[in-house]
Design a protein around this ligand. Structure first.
Ligand code: GDP
Ligand code: IMO
Ligand code: MG
Length: 430
């Protein structure tokens, strides 16, 4: 499976980091294609835990070249901090490639993210306040600065000056915040440029040539399908396309080259930030999911909102992304429940929905229709073969498979790389 795209099938935090790390050993390149340091991907191997925000989760393997594609937005200070942290832990980032066309998160983007959330008050989106939305806004408005701009001082200053005409007005007049000077920004960012230069290159020819040679490329999605700006629960979404099409746009690789699109879904579901959530739980079951699943945001530390598995949402992810198969993670977190619910449809105003309702109000007020399955009371974190799972756990996975219409090829039963059941995964013959 030379070109594999991995995407989140829910609202993010599905365990993409774990699965990417696990599968990366077969790949030559692991590329992020959208988002920025709003992402928080956890990789655990033995007693080592990495929380990655920008650097692709394949970085632990010396055989992997990590790539940050043009579709990403990069806060250079955060990126350099992450490189330093990894290097201090003995993980080399020397192979890292950053696209010349990736956009930069500027200091005013972070300010405007926070200010706009405060202005929205009770209607806030609950962003990570990392400047992601404002950076993508400037990209679309053609006011953005790109990685390549860092390497021409006069162009950089010119573009910052052009952006500041508008940004300073908004900061000062709309929000009453301090303004920026070209000098202050240039001093800070041009110092980053020195350090970033060795990593910056053209990503599209790099990855296409690699595929031509027969190398394997893994595309690591961030966020999730329901956070997609086009296909998610707009406006409670991120500002990029975490769906599989984003992998092509965000790296410059054509869709016909993609062999496999793997969706990651938790055995239940969580969401951080505001927005509709039909299967959300406010009871003891929800508490149990948070406590046992350690459901706290990797990036912001916020407690995640828990809920039962929503098969309608995953079915939508199958269609929107063209999923070829699914990985179900955190199955171990469901151990101990007497009964487990799965949402198979919604009801709203007497109408039954088996796909995500087209109108946001219907989705907002949708009542979940549940099927109830028996739980299992045994610890499954040591299980490595599907046949060794308790019957109820196997039935649960088979049911999710039936509802989604695609095979469940991987099951995660714990956070460690080793705590994984492969049902159907073609390993690379090197
Ligand atoms: P990502 O953003 O999709 O990479 O996911 P996060 O890293 O933000 O959140 C997933 C969390 O669940 C992390 O703390 C992982 O270590 C953990 N995790 C991943 N898979 C499993 C699993 O199968 N079981 C358990 N108990 N934890 C898991
Ligand atoms: P990973 O890659 C979960 C959510 C925020 C907010 C919305 C918009 O770890 O799965 P943004 O800062 O992107 O403008 O916030 O999107 N969000 C995530 N939720 N996991 C993430 O990333 C997220 N990245 C953004 O909470 O609701
Ligand atoms: Mg995360």
């Amino acid at each position: 499976m030379a070109a594999t795209v991995l995407i989140g099938a829910q609202w993010g935090d599905e365990g993409k980091g774990k699965i990417t790390d696990l599968l990366s050993q077969d790949f030559d390149y692991v590329a992020r294609f959208q988002g920025g340091n709003n992402a928080g991907h956890t990789v655990i191997h033995g007693d080592r835990t990495l929380k990655l925000h920008l650097i692709p989760s394949g970085v632990m393997y010396e055989t992997v070249t990590p790539v940050i594609g043009n579709g990403c937005v990069i806060d250079p200070k955060v990126l350099l901090g992450e490189i330093d942290t990894l290097q201090s832990e003995g993980i080399s980032c020397e192979r890292l490639i950053i696209s010349t066309n990736a956009h930069l998160i500027m200091p005013y983007h972070r300010d405007l993210d926070g200010a706009s959330e405060r202005r929205l008050g009770a209607n806030e989106i609950g962003t990570t306040r990392r400047g992601i939305g404002p950076a993508y806004q400037d990209k679309a408005a053609r006011l953005g600065l790109r990685m390549q701009d860092l390497f021409d001082r006069s162009i950089f200053r010119e573009k910052v000056a052009a952006a500041l005409i508008e940004k300073n007005d908004i900061l000062q007049k709309v929000y009453g915040l301090p303004t920026y000077t070209v000098d202050a920004i240039a001093d800070e960012y041009l110092a980053y440029a020195e350090r970033l230069k060795p990593y910056v290159d053209e990503v599209s020819p790099l990855l296409n040539d690699a595929l031509d040679r027969g190398d394997w490329v893994f595309f690591e999605g961030a966020q999730g399908t329901q956070l997609d700006i086009d296909h998610g629960t707009y406006p409670f979404v991120t500002s990029s396309n975490p769906t599989s099409g984003g992998a092509c746009v965000g790296t410059g690789v054509g869709p016909a080259r993609i062999d496999r699109v793997l969706g990651i879904a938790k055995a239940y579901i969580t969401r951080v930030g505001a927005g509709p959530f039909p299967t959300e739980l406010f009871d003891d079951d929800g508490r149990q999911l948070i406590d046992v699943g350690h459901e706290y945001g990797t990036t912001t530390g916020r407690e995640r909102r828990p809920g039962w598995y929503d098969a309608v949402i995953v079915k939508s992810a199958v269609q929107v992304n063209g999923l070829t198969d699914l990985a179900i993670t955190k199955l171990d977190v469901l151990s101990g429940f007497d009964e487990i619910k799965v949402c198979v449809a919604y009801e709203h105003l007497g109408k039954r929905y088996t796909s995500v309702p087209g109108h946001q109000s219907a989705f907002h007020h949708a009542q979940p229709v549940y099927e109830t399955l028996p739980g299992w009371q045994t610890d499954i974190t040591g299980v490595r073969r599907f046949e060794d799972l308790p019957g109820a756990a196997r039935d649960y996975i088979n049911y999710l498979e039936e509802l989604s219409g695609v095979p469940v090829s991987i099951i995660a039963v714990g956070p460690d790389r080793a705590q994984t059941i492969f049902r159907d995964w073609e390993r690379r013959q090197r």
